[in-house]
Design a protein around this ligand. Structure first.
Ligand code: C2E
Ligand code: CA
Ligand code: CA
Length: 596
């Protein structure tokens, strides 16, 4: 078992010397104004095998010293000049840090009311002087067992018996302090098991727990060092393994800073993970992603180091998992930026900071405006206009996107209806629907309601779904698309060409239009491959009776090429950028009836 794991306190009899061993390194503090008493106590305890004592005559320093040295148990005299035992006790109990400290009163005061008062104040035990040495030792041992049990619940993970996050952080703090003192470095490694959820999902949580225990043991093999007693005194200089929660572990590596040393540990971890884990006769193969933060380079604070190593671990996961990533300040910048943007985004809808811009679509034959794509913009009070690429992916990670998409549909319908009313009644508006929105079971009725509220005929609304979305769960897609079709909206497949659609499936779906992705359009006509793909897409769409829209048209060469291919509609900066509603309105006035 890993030396840093919880020392099991067994309650069998004291004759079995080994049973005591676990506590011999505990720190025992003695507070008494009589030096002789302190001397006697120490003799008793040394005889019993204990090694770490702090003797204090001056009770005015008691609380301060206790907080500094964090003893496991305190022997406290009652009658002392200046600050008496009760006052010390009172101060200890009032402080959350020392509230649970084991205190054994040792006094010559035999008055029952004194004893009662002490017990009322939460002392662990009460001994009268002169004290019998074997009784003293037994009472101490019992107090330490009780403390160990409390610690186990508070500081150790019940499953793996490793230090939990709270204790790990304490150890890390000790490590940082001692590294600071000695001018050495420290590396903190966060180890996260890749796709651990799969184990829970496929084999059940019990099997998942069993695997976690095995992982803890294997990581313990890597972490263990010879020659360290990791429990007391050397907390700062010893390696420590802890479980941060779930499938995340952390290892503090004092003295280790060079990339070679860290790479060595990382490869040891990869090695121990390689062997399949066996649960219930099933073999499970797992990998881990590792994040590293270093003292003092990345931070001089334990809590920051933990955060940074966590951010590095996230980056390792993004990097394809089963890799090691060092922290760089960019991670924090990015994470902070995202967090602040996300917080603001929650307010954006209700503060009416979202706007729609409209990018015209022109008939490739006549240059007439046939419609427009509604594209959302965020007018951020401080950052100015934020483009959808910067906040749509963020919104897609939580449910915000549903509210945003819903608003976009409402607003696009309302605005289009307004333009219909002033004479542009053939105008077709396209809206983008995100994956999250698409999986809403009531999408079709939502859209139908939006149209009817705006009094916009559903046939004037085009719903753009990305190709990858349509090619997801085919049966589900099929029934959803039919629902949409039934309410009368036009269905367009966006970013077409990027998702390798199968023609057979496209045939099955009630699709009206394909939008050729702008990454292909940008390549034509110079790039032969892109030109070939675009030609093939157009030919295929024709054979299926689908309309073709080319997006991202930027040059007149592209325009010519696409016109020759007989695309139906064109959209792109060459014709017009996405425009604010007033600008779009003037654009309409100029281009609505234009024949050219
Ligand atoms: P998309 O659906 O592919 O939208 C077309 C994007 O191409 C728009 O970027 C548009 O401004 C840009 N674009 C238009 N013409 C040209 C051109 O000639 N050259 C180039 N390089 N780009 C051109 P935008 O507005 O930044 O939108 C980016 C993406 O954000 C959209 O890609 C769409 O996926 C998403 N998005 C925008 N609005 C919404 C919305 O209301 N809801 C959802 N769910 N997604 C939206
Ligand atoms: Ca005294
Ligand atoms: Ca689109």
């Amino acid at each position: 078992m890993n030396g840093d794991q919880f020392p099991r306190a067994r309650s069998s009899s004291a004759e079995q010397g080994v049973e005591h061993e676990d506590f011999y390194n505990d720190i025992i503090m003695m507070i008494d104004d009589e030096p002789l008493m302190l001397g006697i106590l120490e003799v008793y305890l040394v005889q019993a095998g204990y090694r770490n004592f702090i003797a204090l005559e001056d009770s005015t320093r008691a609380v301060e010293l206790i907080k500094q040295e964090k003893p496991d148990c305190v022997f406290l005299d009652i009658h002392m000049p200046e600050v008496n035992g009760f006052e010390v006790l009172e101060a200890l109990r009032a402080d959350p840090e020392t509230r649970q400290l084991s205190v054994i009163i040792l006094t010559s005061d035999t008055d029952p009311s004194t004893k009662l008062k002490a017990l009322e104040m939460g002392v662990t035990d009460f001994l009268e002087k002169p004290v019998d040495s074997s009784e003293l030792v037994l009472r101490l041992r019992n107090a330490l067992i009780a403390k160990a049990y409390r610690d186990q619940l508070t500081y150790y993970d019940g499953l793996t018996r490793l230090p939990n996050r709270a204790l790990f952080q304490q150890r890390l703090e000790a490590g940082v302090t001692s590294a600071q003192r000695s001018g050495s470095g420290l590396a903190l490694m966060v180890v996260s098991i890749d796709r651990f959820q799969n184990v829970n999902d496929s084999l059940g949580p019990m099997a998942g727990d069993a695997v976690l225990v095995q992982i803890a043991q294997r990581l313990g093999e890597v972490t263990r060092e010879a020659g360290y007693d990791q429990r007391k005194g050397q907390e700062g200089t010893a390696r420590c393994l802890g479980r941060l929660g779930g499938d995340e572990f952390a290892i503090s590596l004092p003295g280790l800073v060079s990339e070679e040393q860290i790479a060595e540990i990382a490869s040891q971890i990869t090695d121990v993970m390689k062997k399949p884990f066996v649960v219930d006769g099933e073999e499970v193969v797992l990998t881990a992603s590792l994040g590293i933060a270093r003292f003092p380079d990345d931070s001089i604070e334990a809590s920051q180091l933990l955060k940074h190593a966590g951010a590095a671990k996230e980056a390792a996961k993004k990097d394809g998992r089963n890799t090691l990533q060092y922290y760089t300040s960019e991670f924090t910048d990015q994470a902070n930026e995202r967090r602040s943007l996300e917080a603001d985004l929650h307010k954006a809808l209700e503060s009416r900071q979202l706007r729609l811009h409209y990018q015209p679509q022109l008939d490739a034959g006549t240059n007439r405006v046939t419609g427009m794509e509604a594209l959302v913009r965020w007018r951020h009070p401080k950052r100015g206009l934020v483009q959808p690429d910067q906040f749509i992916p963020l919104a897609e990670e939580n449910d915000l996107i549903i509210a945003i998409d819903r608003w976009v549909i409402e607003e696009a319908c309302r605005q289009t209806r307004a333009w219909h009313l002033v004479g542009y009644d053939g105008l077709q508006v396209s809206v983008n629907v995100s994956a999250r929105q698409f999986s809403q079971p009531d999408l079709a009725s939502q859209i139908a309601e939006a149209c009817s509220r705006a009094e916009l005929p559903p046939s004037s609304l085009t719903v753009e779904l990305t190709e990858s979305l349509v090619m997801g769960d085919l049966d589900k897609t099929s029934s959803l698309l039919h629902e949409l079709k039934d309410i009368g909206v036009t269905i367009s497949v966006d970013d077409f060409g990027t998702g390798y659609s199968s023609l057979a499936y496209l045939k099955r779906f009630p699709i009206d239009e394909l939008k050729i992705d702008r990454s292909f359009v940008s390549g034509v006509p110079e790039n032969h491959e892109d030109s070939a793909i675009v030609s093939a897409i157009v030919a295929m769409a024709r054979s299926l009776g689908l309309d073709i829209v080319a997006e991202g048209v930027e040059t007149s060469e592209q325009l010519q090429f696409l016109k020759q291919l007989d695309c139906d509609r064109l959209q792109g900066l060459l014709l017009a950028a996405p425009l604010r509603d007033a600008e779009f309105f003037s654009f309409l006035a100029k281009n609505w009836n234009q024949l050219d």
